[in-house]
Write a protein that binds this ligand. Structure first.
Ligand SMILES: [Zn+2]
Length: 405
């Protein structure tokens, strides 16, 4: 079932609490903007909110003209005290569960050849219906399709089909063109409109200020590691040890954790640590060989490279935890406890923090416009005990030079 209830959202008490209070109040604004980091449940929440808005038992969910309506007898009476979430049982809830409600429109970015987009959209919707753990993934160029917004805007001129209002959910609303925004703006500004817009974005600043200012904003926070790990273990069938590792790597994004789940993270972790071993030991010759091995990752993609560095950072954080006397269950790499304890004894917390800072800088350089090769070689040299001996300021300037592609 793709659309859950607001009560089922994980680890977003403030956002979910606000949305539920809106549902219980039964009066809706023209537009809501759910914003926050990628992969923390904004899209799920947007659809759950839409579902609650359309539910026949929530305060705003019944048509005012229902009395005397042909279907009035079949419509369930509103709940007392007022429901703040979809009931999950009424006719509307059954339809919204499968994205089949005539008054629910769901827009999301797509990419590819224009003539294949209908199929792509249909396939994505079907995948979402079939897989409760479905994760939206877009290419860089993906955008909300123009013909879809055109069709939608024509439809907005008419009354909703079944519900008192129509709900339009736009996922990643920052991926639209200027003329799409202006068309949408007209609807957002219309007083007493029969349409509620629910937009999501992980890139708030990319939305035009005119759109932002007309929406009620709902902020979503990064998920806690514990919540991600619990979700993976309880609902994605991941064993507890791996769930902890994935959650630590996912930086508060469940979508990222789910994407990583399909890779053998244990193997990638070991590879990352093996590559950095000579750096740790301060062996210049092996360091160069190792750096070359890393450079392959630089060519195949920054994402792989980033992950390698992140693994190493997690390892260093475990050393700090061990140095502070943390029990095994607090360690991300608890399956490597002996090695962590040994390395923790061999370095001072200050030295471990220094290495973490070097890697943090390397991560930032990779995000920026710096050659991954240079970044990595420089970072590896500085992470090594060699770096500690030479001192941070003695590394050549090219080590942080930017690179024009
Ligand atoms: Zn319902």
């Amino acid at each position: 079932m793709p659309i859950v209830r607001l009560a089922e959202l994980i680890d977003q008490p403030e956002a979910a609490g606000f949305l539920r209070s809106v549902v219980a109040g039964g009066r809706y604004g023209n537009a809501y903007l759910l914003h926050g980091p990628a992969g923390v449940g904004k899209g799920t929440a947007a659809l759950a909110f839409a579902r609650a808005l359309l539910c026949e038992r929530t305060p705003g969910g019944r048509r005012a003209d229902a009395t005397g309506d042909l279907f009035a007898a079949a419509a369930p009476a509103p709940a007392d005290p007022p429901l703040d979430d979809a009931c999950g049982e009424c006719a509307a809830c059954r339809k919204t569960a499968d994205l089949q409600h005539a008054d629910l429109r769901f827009l999301f970015p797509v990419s590819g050849e224009e003539q294949k987009l209908d199929t792509t959209i249909a396939e994505t919707l079907q995948a979402l219906r079939d897989d409760p753990l479905f994760v939206f993934a877009y290419e860089k160029a993906a955008s909300i399709r123009i013909s879809v917004t055109r069709e939608l805007l024509r439809e907005l001129a008419f009354q909703p089909y079944e519900a008192p209002r129509r709900v339009v959910v736009v996922r990643d609303a920052d991926r639209m063109r200027e003329d799409q925004y202006s068309a949408m703006l007209k609807s957002l500004e219309e007083p007493g409109a029969a349409t509620v817009w629910v937009l999501t974005t992980a890139r708030l600043s990319r939305l035009p200020a005119t759109i932002r200012s007309r929406c009620q904003r709902v902020r979503f926070a990064p998920l806690t590691e514990a919540a991600v790990a619990r979700f993976l273990a309880d609902r994605a069938d991941v064993d507890a040890g791996e769930a902890a590792l994935l959650a630590a790597l996912a930086s508060g994004s469940l979508a990222r954790a789910l994407a990583l789940r399909d890779q053998d993270v244990g193997a990638v972790r070991n590879q990352a640590l093996a590559l950095l071993e000579p750096a740790r030991a301060g062996d210049p010759a092996r360091l160069w060989t190792s750096a070359q091995a890393y450079m392959q990752y630089g060519r195949t993609g920054r994402e792989a490279l980033r992950r390698m560095i992140e693994f190493h950072m997690l390892w260093l954080r475990d050393l700090l935890r061990a140095q502070a006397g943390a029990p095994a269950e607090w360690l991300v790499h608890r399956d490597q406890e002996d090695r962590i304890r040994r390395e923790a004894r061999e370095a001072t917390p200050r030295e471990v923090r220094r290495r973490l800072m070097v890697l943090e800088e390397a991560l930032q350089s990779i995000e920026g416009n710096v050659s991954p090769d240079l970044t990595i070689f420089s970072a590896m040299a500085r992470v090594s005990t060699l770096g500690a001996r030479l001192g941070e300021n003695q590394w050549p300037a090219h080590a942080t030079a930017s690179w024009d592609h």
